[in-house]
Design a protein around this ligand. Structure first.
Ligand SMILES: [Zn+2]
Length: 249
């Protein structure tokens, strides 16, 4: 059985395939992450144009085939190219981190419209970001993990439910990546996770609960980002994100 499917799609990656084609990895709202063969895409006059550029969103048409894992892209119309992401190294790296997360967590036919909308909204926000994009990346990871079923508790202690905003400023809280949340000094013991001030826990909570325009430009310490990554890596296995090992830009 085969069907013609139309959908909006975000290009996560495209790489050369055979003599003149490309294999494109797309995230879609209702069909999950797809691998599509774009025949002739490497010829000078390709009908797919910029739709196969990384970070571009397009309306695409593809042939779904029951017996295959790679489907055939037949048409693509660009909606948004996001060329500004490649214009600045820190933004480009941040966008790579977002798309690498989606490449590794995406599954074929795994519908997740909220995750799809989140990815597009954050790439739009990154394109116009000024200052460090690290807060936006941390916010994306926390929200994306939530949409995949792993929402960390960052407003109160995981165990005794003490609200973070009732903590004394000098207290040593911790973040437990395994159980996914904050621990007050009374509940944390001498755990392996790094210490955080209540203000740093509250900053992470804002990244999870705030809107993208509110978190754009927020700074996130390497330690805070490391905790977010440890949480994501623990719950979404196997996820070693190479783009986070690149040298800081
Ligand atoms: Zn507690």
């Amino acid at each position: 059985m085969r069907r013609i499917i139309r959908t909006e799609a975000l290009c996560l990656l495209a790489r050369p395939h055979r003599e003149s084609s490309k294999l494109a990895f797309f995230l879609t709202p209702d069909d999950g992450r797809l691998v599509l063969n774009a025949r002739g895409a490497r010829r000078l006059k390709s009908r797919f144009g910029a739709a196969l550029d990384q970070f571009a969103t397009s309306n695409i048409i593809y042939f779904w085939h029951e017996a295959r894992q790679v489907y055939t892209l037949t048409d693509a119309e660009l909606v948004c190219a996001r060329r500004g992401l490649a214009a600045e190294p820190a933004r480009f790296l941040a966008a790579q981190q977002v798309t690498e997360f989606l490449l590794r967590t995406g599954r074929p036919h795994d519908a997740n419209p909220p995750l799809y909308r989140l990815a597009n909204a954050y790439l739009d926000r990154l394109e116009s970001a000024t200052g460090s994009p690290r807060g936006l990346v941390g916010s994306f990871l926390l929200k994306a993990a939530s949409f995949l079923g792993f929402r960390p508790e960052l407003r109160r202690c995981l165990r005794c439910r003490l609200p973070v905003d009732r903590a004394e400023p000098g207290e040593a809280w911790r973040f437990d990546p395994v159980h996914g949340g904050a621990l007050c000094p009374g509940c944390s013991g001498e755990g392996a996770s790094a210490r955080l001030s209540p203000a740093e826990v509250a900053e992470l909570a804002e990244l999870l609960h705030g809107r993208s325009e509110e978190v754009a430009g927020r700074e996130l310490s390497p330690g805070q980002l490391g905790l977010v990554l440890a949480f994501v890596n623990h719950h979404i296995d196997p996820l070693l994100l190479n783009s986070f090992n690149w040298q800081e830009l």
